[in-house]
Design a protein. Structure first.
Length: 160
């Protein structure tokens, strides 16, 4: 059986709440971040957990700024995240927006930076995926629920 063919009852696939719960949790998180003026919701990554940041992209159809909370970790100067959409099948809108216009803004606990987004490929993707695997023991099981490969996204600080 291929990884992408696993069912929700596969014992290797960790529990995942219903999609509406996952989406609601992220919307509430984003709402609290905005309501508190950014005082709640961000955190720095540590060796044993990912950080939380606020990513602002430009809508690929509307041209309007769109914001989303993302998990990330640092890899040198780059920041690494996953285009996972709560482990649902569709690609997250922010990732589609970044593919259309790779320039974005990332708000971290210590300020805001301009970044350029791209997908990791080949051995770089494998290395970065392995690092996520250490932060999230259920990563492979969650990813197996998606019909396509989950993009590992690198956010590189833009040179002004």
């Amino acid at each position: 059986m291929a990884d992408n063919d696993r069912s929700d009852t596969d014992p290797r696939s960790p529990f995942l709440p219903p999609r509406w719960v996952v989406r609601s949790a992220w919307k509430i998180h984003r709402g609290l971040y905005r309501w508190t003026g950014g005082r709640f919701g961000l955190r720095d990554p540590r060796a044993d957990r990912y950080g939380l940041a606020f990513l602002t992209t430009t809508g690929r159809h509307s041209g309007v700024e769109r914001g989303v909370m993302i998990g990330y970790y640092a890899d040198g100067d780059d920041l690494v995240t996953m285009a996972m959409n709560g482990w649902g099948a569709p690609e997250p809108a922010w990732w589609l927006n970044l593919q259309s216009d790779p320039r974005a803004t990332l708000t971290l606990t210590d300020g805001t930076i301009d970044v350029i987004g791209r997908a990791a490929t080949g051995s770089e993707r494998e290395r970065l995926w392995d690092r996520w695997r250490r932060l999230d023991k259920g990563l492979d099981g969650y990813a197996s629920r998606r019909p396509s490969e989950t993009a590992v996204v690198i956010l590189t600080p833009a040179v002004n």
